[in-house]
Write a protein that binds this ligand. Structure first.
Ligand SMILES: [Fe+2]
Length: 163
């Protein structure tokens, strides 16, 4: 949809499933906690981004370099309110800006220890109108527009891989 070259598309396709690999370094009592996290626990949780980048960044593979970039930046926000570095706009690598909105869609649709799964229409409402955790300003506006225009594809892909 963005007209990216095939190589970058492949890199994102191959490495985006590893975006949260740094979570292997987060203690289970934080990772699996049913309720909200304390401020200290949240600071530890945020480290999954830099830990993932460290794990993937060791490799010389250009694929895993993109994977490391995605792992480090997938919680950064266009409005600068993300983590771990509070990067803003195009300072956030494009691959990570793409994975960010996909990750949020997937997180909302999926059951988590602290929340039930949410259906597609309600998920679209949250992403487009915002809630306590998400605001539309956090997304790259071009990617956000394409996401809204093609939201049925996201619904269909999610349904196809639902286990
Ligand atoms: Fe993450």
């Amino acid at each position: 949809m963005l007209g990216l070259d095939e190589e970058l598309i492949n890199k994102i396709f191959m490495t985006s499933p590893m975006h949260d690999i740094g979570k292997i370094g987060i203690p289970d009592h934080i990772l699996l906690k049913p309720g909200g996290l304390t401020a200290d626990e949240w600071e530890i949780m945020k480290e999954h981004t830099s830990m993932g980048a460290k794990i993937l960044g060791i490799s010389k593979s250009p694929y895993l370099k993109t994977g490391a970039e995605i792992a480090l930046n997938h919680h950064e926000r266009w409005d600068g309110e993300g983590y771990p570095h509070g990067k803003r706009g195009k300072d956030i690598p494009l691959a990570a800006r793409i994975v960010n909105i996909c990750d949020i869609y997937d997180a909302l649709r999926s059951k988590r220890p602290y929340k039930p799964a949410i259906d597609h229409p309600r998920t679209m409402e949250i992403i487009t109108c915002g809630n306590s955790r998400n605001q539309p300003e956090q997304f790259d506006p071009v990617i956000f527009t394409l996401f809204r225009q093609n939201h049925q594809s996201f619904r269909d892909i999610f349904a196809a891989y639902l286990v």
